[in-house]
Design a protein around this ligand. Structure first.
Ligand code: 26W
Length: 777
């Protein structure tokens, strides 16, 4: 789109000279990143401004999310601008390899799926010319960095992602707003990040709020030489956006978290009201005609009472404010796990945001009056999901099966009263980052075969279907081999483990959680290891099992699972008897950038949660689009993946939701254990000393077989699904021997992957929830 690469290069050189007094060749990775980032920001500024102004008077959508897992922006921004290859070339001609930018931090302002989805949505909306702005928080520290110590235990370190600057945002101090708490008032200062569309001039905005104090320094205290007190207000304000909560899927009622959520909600709504007034005058009665606000789970649900509060402050009555809020908001649910649902104790909530509590109580009263039997506040606790279903236009799940479960179970009562509110929006991923950028070799092959740019119209992938022949499969296999070689280099350098690119690459990458059953994968590997040593698997195709996952720092069982996997890896990798058959590696600090290396190299994608627990999954889609087959349960989006690609092209195993329902009461994990000697031998390594273990692993063992005080044995049905899991896993392994047959399955996954573009998802949100149309650019 006519960006002048030579000019960007010249500006980069100028920035380097004037800010750091270095040449292009002398610049460090961080200096280069900063200078190049600034040069790109300059070159997009006209388009960014034009995009903003075009939208001023239109109906727009807003995504409010506590998390955005955007990853490294330097490559994806150049990619979307269509200048990446030329810039690489220009730098290379001057002796600079742009790969050095892999050393800069990537912004991990999110935990996992929910935050990464938000980032994919922003990319898709910008690329599809959909007027969508993001609101979020600018955490000083993102998701912790992970290392393993010599025992294989996870160690956390702070993620100081702006340590070397942040060229991708502009501080917009003039749009600062005040957010009030009973004991202090803080400033929310916006930082605007451009969201650059692919194949369009359109540039959307992600606005991230950073908390600061009204007074940086208390001069009275300073003059009294009480320096700590002088800085107290500053720290108290900055504490609010100091750190991202690293919990993914277990909810904790923390005071600071309320403050974060309230700042996000209040600042974003104040900002919208300001813009509304400037565009449409002081009459707020038509607010909902111009603003459609999507709540990314309940983390920003305080936006609902906050909008009502702000409208009432402007003189509107409660009923009218309520009606506007109901038209403005819609809510996406991302989990059915009970322990993840946000429920705030009212006394705690009141001590931080008293006016919000008053409004929640009024909403609850209205609900109880109009719909006896439904409620938001129970046992002095506010249920944020209930609030979001009630005061919203639509509520949606993120995969078909998940949306069905919302209607059948989690929100069943609500569904009976408000059936028209319930929708499904199956998740998707941006094909730019997850195909074009991370797998240019595959992208090239597909482009060559089907012509045109499928990255902005993923439906074109279907054209591949009739073209798949042995020749194409061989080309695909060659590319897969290249991606494996590249990954081997990365893993050798970072983890000190040498993998063989001729092995099958079996990958499980996602947050660590019991329900995701990394432990089941580990047990199966130990099982395979013993069988190999006994000569029971003569035709086993050599396999590298690759794990990547962070555990919430306080989640003891998840940490015990990490330690266990690291220890079996050490045992297996150190055993010369299996070294030509089996390798296990748990990579450290799995994040977006690591994913971009691992996913294109995978043959097998492990998506093995018990049916009914994983809302959707999005890693499964990235792996599919890079030509991995799914070894998975009928859970989340796996169901739709298998439907699109054909069951015969995946390895589906395990109990369905209905089957689990039917057996759950009579289920006895120990019976399975007693009846399966392979499983028994593998499981026993948690306690029998074959693998160095400690008390934590024996706790895992007993949780599986005997249960704990708060759960029955094997809460996530590891043993129940194990027999069918190991069968499917070994079958996939055997099928791999037929390289053409297996490669064909992989290609059919790609050819049938169109549904999983977030362009499709975001178009459905725009049409069916927000009722907005793309703007022509
Ligand atoms: C407050 C603690 C907490 C933090 C995060 C509770 C819950 C969450 C998220 C809802 C967890 C999450 O990331 N869910 C994931 O969302 C993805 C995007 O829709 C889905 O693909 C995943 O299946 C789902 O686990």
């Amino acid at each position: 789109m006519n960006y002048d690469c030579t000019l960007i290069l010249k500006w980069t050189e100028a920035q380097l000279k004037y800010t750091y007094d270095v040449s292009l060749q002398e610049a460090t990775a961080q200096q280069l990143h900063e200078a190049l980032g600034q040069a790109i920001m300059m070159s997009i500024s006209d388009n960014w401004n034009r995009s903003k102004h075009t939208r001023l008077h239109q109906r727009k959508a807003y995504y409010i999310s506590a998390e955005y897992l955007i990853g490294r922006l330097v490559y994806s921004n150049m990619y979307n601008l269509g200048i990446l290859d030329e810039m690489k070339q220009l730098f290379a001609e001057r002796g600079v390899d742009l790969a050095i930018l892999e050393d800069v931090e990537d912004a991990a302002l999110g935990n996992g799926g929910l935050g990464r989805l938000a980032a994919c949505f922003l990319d898709s909306a910008a690329s599809c010319n959909i007027p969508l702005s993001g609101y979020g928080l600018r955490y000083r520290f993102g998701l912790f960095k992970q290392k393993f110590d010599k025992n294989g235990s996870q160690m956390e370190a702070a993620d100081d992602w702006t340590k070397f600057g942040d060229p991708w945002s502009y501080r917009r101090y003039n749009h600062t707003v005040k957010v009030e708490f009973p004991d202090h008032t803080v400033l929310a200062v916006p930082y605007d990040v451009p969201v650059i569309g692919y194949g369009t001039q359109n540039i959307n905005t992600l606005r991230l709020w950073q908390c600061e104090a009204e007074e940086e320094l208390d001069f009275n205290a300073f003059n009294d030489q009480d320096y700590l007190r002088a800085l107290a207000q500053k720290n108290k304000a900055e504490d609010i956006t100091r750190v991202l909560y690293p919990n993914d899927s277990t909810w904790e009622g923390k005071r600071l978290r309320i403050k974060q959520q309230y700042v996000l909600s209040s600042a974003s709504l104040q900002d919208m009201l300001r813009v509304h007034k400037s565009a449409h005058g002081n009459d707020l009665s038509r607010f909902a005609d111009y603003y459609a606000v999507q709540l990314n789970d309940t983390h920003p649900a305080m936006s609902i009472p906050e909008l009502i509060r702000l409208l009432m402050k402007e003189g509107m009555d409660f009923e009218q404010s309520f009606a506007i809020a109901q038209k403005t908001f819609s809510y996406t649910n991302h989990t059915v796990m009970g322990e993840a649902l946000e429920k705030w104790n009212l006394d705690l909530l009141r001590s931080v945001v008293p006016e919000i509590v008053d409004i929640i109580l009024r909403i609850d009263e209205k609900l109880r009056r109009e719909h006896p039997g439904l409620s938001i506040v129970r046992d002095n606790t506010a249920h944020m999901a209930s609030l979001s279903v009630y005061v919203g236009t639509y509520v949606n799940g993120v995969a078909e099966i998940h949306s069905q479960i919302l209607k059948d179970d989690l929100f069943h009562q609500w569904y009976e009263v408000f059936p028209e509110r319930f929708q499904n929006k199956t998740n998707g991923v941006t094909p730019r980052r997850w195909m074009g950028l991370c797998n240019p070799e595959l992208t090239q092959l597909i482009k060559y075969r089907i012509g045109g740019d499928f990255l902005k119209d993923l439906d074109r992938l279907a054209k591949l279907k009739p073209m798949i022949d042995d020749d194409m499969v061989r080309q695909f296999n060659d590319i897969k081999r290249v991606k494996k070689e590249q990954l081997c280099k990365v893993i050798a350098k970072r983890e000190g483990v040498q993998l063989n690119p001729d092995f099958v690459f079996d990958v499980q990458v996602k947050r660590l959680h019991e329900y995701k059953r990394q432990l089941m994968n580990a047990i199966s590997i130990v099982d395979i290891y013993f069988r190999l040593k006994n000569g029971e698997l003569p035709n086993f195709q050599p396999t590298a099992f690759i794990f990547g996952a962070k555990s919430a720092p306080g989640y003891a069982r998840a940490k015990a699972i990490i330690r266990y996997i690291n220890r079996i890896a050490r045992m297996i990798n150190g055993d010369p008897e299996v070294s030509d058959k089996l390798k296990v590696v748990f990579v450290q600090n799995y994040n977006c950038s690591y994913a971009e290396h691992i996913i294109p190299a995978a043959d097998i994608s492990e998506q093995i949660s018990p049916a009914g627990t994983e809302a959707s999954g999005t890693g499964n889609m990235k792996l599919m689009l890079n030509g991995a087959v799914t070894l998975g349960t009928l859970d989340g989006a796996n169901v739709e993946i298998a439907k699109e690609a054909g069951m015969e092209n995946e390895y589906i195993f395990g109990h369905t939701v209905e089957q689990i329902q039917a057996v759950r009461d009579g289920y006895c994990a120990r019976d399975v254990y007693n009846s399966d000697h392979h499983l028994r031998r593998a499981l026993d390594t948690l306690v029998d000393g074959t693998v160095p273990t400690d008390h934590e692993q024996s706790e895992l063992y007993h949780a599986l077989l005997d249960g704990a005080s708060w759960h029955k044995a094997d809460h996530y049905f590891v043993l129940l699904d194990y027999p069918s899991y190991i069968e499917a896993k070994l079958r996939a392994n055997q099928d791999y021997a037929d390289r053409i047959g297996f490669g064909r399955k992989c290609l059919l996954n790609i050819a049938n992957g169109a549904k999983f573009s977030s362009d499709r998802t975001i178009a459905q949100y725009a049409e069916e929830i927000w009722h907005i149309k793309p703007t022509q650019y």
